[in-house]
Design a protein around this ligand. Structure first.
Ligand code: HEM
Length: 546
């Protein structure tokens, strides 16, 4: 019996500084008689309770040393889960007022850290950029990205670098984006025509914007592959699948909070996500196979660019010489469609909401459009670069309503220190951009919509989308800053400039406009914006005719 006590105390003794002492004390105890059951029982109990308390001491002493950030206490087992508010970005800002700019929350067995100060964000996205260049994706995100084969959820490494280089530097080079301009133009004109036919009727602005952006994206991707009718059929199926996927993304999943039970997929989120992804995957497979047979007819992949898909299929990485696999293409398409469409269209909706709430700003924007584009002209994408006032209004809308208010989570690949606190490896770290964009220490009248602050001479005139200045990070910052920034900015400006130049916008009678937000995959307007568009320029129907 004593050997068992000795061995276990010695084993644990290797783990902590108190244990060797216990080991030696145990040797002083009298040897229990092997044939005397009560004394053996007593020794067993003593051993077990000793082990239990020593382990506790060890944990406490380790915690003391590691100095985690402060944070509210939760309940046993579930942690802080039952107390989470619905609008997490706002709720997290309120907690920051109590616990400071860096604090922790335990949810289930997972540790979360929330940061809402530019100085601490700098430590994460600059000083420890490589360590924090990982995401620790949820179960749904892994299913969505074919196990992290995309850009957004891939671990920081060779594959992520290759895909990001391909997407950011090559596909979104100025030359390439210019080359696909006609695809975007066609879709914007189609939407304007559609709005023309619904002139005077209430429309859901977010839906119109979403349809426009997703059509722009799919048109750039496979516009040169499918015929018009086929594209329309695939487009309709696609929209349905995307809507299903977005809902799943926003569902809190117990498997993420309790990884030990993850394999049971209690809520079925992972299963449903896999089904939705498989459904979209079949659409992608169909389009890819159509493109391959088209190329075969033309005698191999090469020659002129006709769409992004063509580009992806013939791509060979300059460093590794590798092509990209069909699964990587599909994962990348997922990122672009899901990461690009909802974010851009929701920003269109928020900007129009603020403009309708601020009629003078709307008038200023339209005056600028008249001056630069002209009353008798259609907006072209090239105009977008010459519209500083509209640009400032969009930036201001994104300050107040960043569609990814907590960005995408970061996760350190090794334990490190931020703001003097230990952030253990694997912790999910949220950067609360929403809170930082409203910090009165940096922004004057932070809750007011004032585009002028982004104009020359304004307090924020120097701030760009690239995330260099950490007070303003609607697209994130550091090496995992939004990979679709160039394309996103172009689509956003083009759609807004077109909608605002071609149409007058007003609210249907009796509708009160508010700024209530709803936290989810993207930060939506709680009540969708419904507005009435009427033609603003003369002979609009001639500009948008097929
Ligand atoms: C208004 C439009 C958009 C906004 C506000 C936005 C915002 C963001 C944010 C905040 C992040 C996380 C950055 C970070 O962790 O620091 C992100 C990542 C990403 N976005 Fe966007 N985005 C937009 C449009 C787009 C578009 C159009 C695409 C693709 C066509 C796109 C693709 C991506 C991808 C692939 C990532 C992951 C980057 C990585 O992990 O390396 N986004 N975006």
């Amino acid at each position: 019996m004593l050997w068992c006590f000795e061995a276990s105390t010695y084993y644990i003794g290797r783990m902590g500084f108190i244990m060797p002492l216990v080991y030696h004390v145990s040797r002083l105890l009298p040897n229990p008689r092997e044939d005397h059951l009560p004394s053996m029982f007593l020794y067993s109990i003593l051993t077990l309770s000793c082990l239990f308390w020593l382990q506790k001491l060890l944990i406490i002493s380790r915690k003391g040393k590691s100095c985690l950030p402060p944070g509210p206490r939760g309940l046993p087992v579930v942690g802080y889960l039952p107390f989470l508010g619905r609008n997490l970005h706002k709720f997290f800002m309120e907690l920051a007022q109590e616990y400071g700019p860096i604090y922790k929350l335990s949810i289930g067995t997972k540790l979360y850290v929330i940061v809402s100060s530019p100085i601490l964000v700098k430590e994460i996205v600059r000083d420890h950029d490589v360590v924090f260049a990982n995401r620790n994706p949820s179960k749904a995100s892994l299913a969505f990205s074919y196990g992290g084969k995309d850009i957004a959820f891939a671990p920081h490494g060779t594959q992520w670098r290759m895909l990001r280089r391909l997407f950011v530097r090559e596909m979104q080079s100025t030359a390439n984006l210019d080359a696909f301009h006609s695809h975007r133009r066609r879709e914007v004109v189609t939407s304007a025509r559609d709005l023309c036919t619904r002139a005077g009727l209430p429309v859901k602005v977010g839906e119109v914007a979403f349809q426009t952006v997703i059509n722009m994206i799919t048109s750039m991707f496979w516009g040169g592959t499918l015929g018009e009718e086929e594209a329309a059929r695939v487009g309709a199926e696609f929209m349905e699948a995307v809507a299903r996927l977005t809902t799943l993304f926003g569902t809190p999943n117990v498997s993420d909070f309790f990884p030990v039970i993850a394999r049971f997929d209690v809520q079925g989120v992972e299963r449903e996500m896999k089904e939705a992804v498989a459904w979209i995957g079949r659409i992608f497979d169909f389009v890819i196979s159509q493109r391959m047979s088209l190329e075969e007819v033309r005698g191999g992949i090469g020659g002129e660019r006709s769409d992004f898909l063509h580009f992806l299929l013939k791509y060979k990485d300059e460093e590794t010489g590798r092509s990209i696999s069909p699964e990587q293409i599909k994962a990348l398409l997922m990122d672009i469609v899901i990461g690009g469409a909802d974010t851009t269209s929701t920003t269109v909706e928020w900007t129009l909401t603020e403009l309708l709430l601020h009629p003078q700003v709307l008038l200023n924007v339209q005056k600028e459009l008249d001056d630069i584009v002209g009353r008798n002209n259609m907006v072209e994408e090239s105009h977008a670069f010459k519209l500083p006032y509209l640009h400032a209004a969009v930036k201001e809308a994104m300050r107040l309503h960043p569609v990814a208010p907590l960005l995408l989570p970061r996760s350190p690949s090794r334990t490190c220190t931020v703001g003097g606190y230990t952030i253990p490896k694997g912790t999910k770290v949220f950067l609360n951009a929403w809170a930082m964009h409203r910090d009165p220490r940096f922004w004057s009248d932070p809750y007011k919509f004032r585009p002028e602050r982004f104009l020359q001479g304004g307090e924020a005139s120097e701030l760009e989308y690239s995330g260099q200045n950490l007070h303003y990070i609607p697209f994130g910052s550091g090496r995992r800053v939004c990979a679709g920034l160039q394309l996103g900015e172009r689509m956003l400006m083009y759609v807004l400039a077109t909608f605002l130049h071609l149409f007058e916008w007003r609210l249907p009678p009796g509708i009160e406009l508010d700024r209530e937000e709803k936290f989810g995959v993207v930060l939506e307007k709680a009540t969708p914006l419904i507005a009435i568009a009427t033609p603003r320029i003369p002979n609009l129907h001639l500009h948008v005719k097929e």
